[in-house]
Design a protein around this ligand. Structure first.
Ligand code: AMP
Ligand code: GLY
Length: 414
């Protein structure tokens, strides 16, 4: 079968690699791909949101399966269009993607179907929102729900900060017409539980933990993720069973009941609080960088698995028992502004896997081309060993414009 992967980051590199291990993958294309993916797939210069070009490419190249990586492609309805054309595609429809793109949709669904999550209320009026915050406790969590999503989430520690944030989100017209979801502040260890979902048939992946802050000890600004690992000693078999039954299966069933059945990867961003496991957020796609530490453990045939999901059949996946740990190398300055084009050397001395996130080739040399540049992923029998290997390998990469965290995985050893 010929397979097309849409996207270009480390997550797509890991997806392409998993597919490349399948004897059923006759040829893999990636649109647009990157310098690392190019060693496993033929990269085609089509943007990940250019839906009609992607449809035309899939048709004229006899693509039997398309796998979608980024949320941007889902949000412009790539899955809907492929299905209209009778093309097999792995990913949720635009309507089902709302579980990620609209905080309010996700919260309403959870409330209606009794899925454990932080208490909340939604506001479009500044004064009403302020009155609600004044009645509640601090810190309080303010999430923008609207077209400027990604402006994101503010955890306000003081009333002044809450007011300034709500002013920005609700009164300042540069954000456009928006709403704010105000949530109860939860505490506990965060973890990611991704499931393959085909309607109400679901299959879990190993749980992983992301590291969202830029610097060691969870300091500095929020990023797309600076590292991740599997498995998590603080998530017990009971925790897992609880989360599968009361969160992931319940939401899959709810999406079917609401007339927007989910197909693809449902990502549960969960927190183990003193009151039990609760949902922080859902994503409608593979997590990044979680995918880079999870898919290396996939023992099943990825073409068969992804095809089953795309066809609405029960997904079945087998996983290796080893632990994995990935450390992201990011451009100095990220997540703020940063330079591109710094030469990267030494990757040939690395024993771990390397997934490229933002790289390019220039005059035959590998150079930085994004905020997050690559992730080094080690596998081993124990997490401690995987951490040691990844830390060693990261030091073998030479580039004067990269930085990384040195404490990825430490929470597992507390
Ligand atoms: P989100 O975009 O919803 O994933 O939020 C980004 C980050 O903000 C999460 O990874 C959490 O660390 C934090 N966060 C979001 N909601 C809450 C909450 N209700 N309580 C505590 N922290 C939260
Ligand atoms: N790792 C968080 C995300 O993919 O959104």
């Amino acid at each position: 079968m010929k397979v097309l992967v849409i996207g270009s980051g480390g997550r797509c590199h890991a997806i392409v690699e998993a597919l490349s291990r399948s004897p059923r993958a006759e040829k893999i294309y990636c649109a647009p791909g990157n310098a690392g993916i190019a060693s496993l797939a033929e990269c085609v210069a089509i943007k990940d949101t250019a839906v009609e070009e992607l449809v035309a490419f899939a048709k004229s190249n006899d693509i039997g399966l398309t796998v979608v990586g980024p949320e941007a492609s889902l949000a412009v309805g790539v899955v809907d269009r492929f299905r209209e054309e009778g093309l097999r595609i792995f990913g949720p429809t635009k309507a089902a993607t709302e579980i990620e793109s609209s905080k309010d949709f996700a919260k309403r669904l959870m409330k209606k179907y009794d899925v454990p999550t932080a208490d909340y209320a939604t506001f479009s009026d500044f004064e009403e929102a302020m009155a609600y915050v004044r009645r509640g406790t601090l810190p309080t969590v303010l999430k923008y729900d609207g077209l400027a999503a990604g402006k994101g989430v503010v955890i306000a520690e003081t009333m002044e900060e809450a007011e300034a944030t709500l002013r920005d989100m609700l009164l300042d017209t540069k954000f456009g017409e928006g709403r704010v979801v105000i949530e109860e502040f939860l505490t506990g260890e965060e973890f990611s539980l991704m499931c393959f979902v085909a309607g109400n048939k679901i299959c879990p992946m190993p749980v992983a933990q992301d590291h969202k802050r830029a610097y060691d000890n969870d300091e500095g600004p929020n990023t797309g993720g600076m590292g991740a690992y599997t498995s998590l000693p603080f998530i017990t078999a009971e925790d897992h069973a609880y989360a599968m039954q009361n969160i992931m299966q319940r939401v899959a069933d709810a999406m079917v009941a609401e007339g927007t059945p989910f197909t693809g990867v449902l990502y549960g961003g969960l927190m183990k609080t003193p009151q039990g496991i609760k949902v922080i957020e859902f994503n409608a796609r593979f997590g990044d960088p979680e995918t880079e530490v999870v898919l290396p453990r996939l023992k099943s045939d990825a073409v068969e698995l992804f095809s089953a999901v795309a066809e609405g059949k029960q997904p079945v996946a087998e996983w290796s028992e080893e632990a994995t740990l990935g450390i992201v190398l990011a451009s100095k300055g990220y997540p703020g502004s940063y330079d591109k084009g710094a030469v990267i050397r030494g990757t040939e001395n690395v024993e771990s896997k390397i997934y490229h996130m933002g790289t390019a080739r220039k005059d035959g040399e590998l150079v930085t081309a994004g905020g997050r540049v690559m992730i080094v992923v080690a596998s081993a029998k124990t997490l401690a060993e995987a951490q040691r290997k990844a830390q060693q390998d990261v030091e073998r990469i030479e580039c004067d414009n990269l930085f990384h965290r040195t404490d990825i995985g430490n929470k597992a050893f507390k």
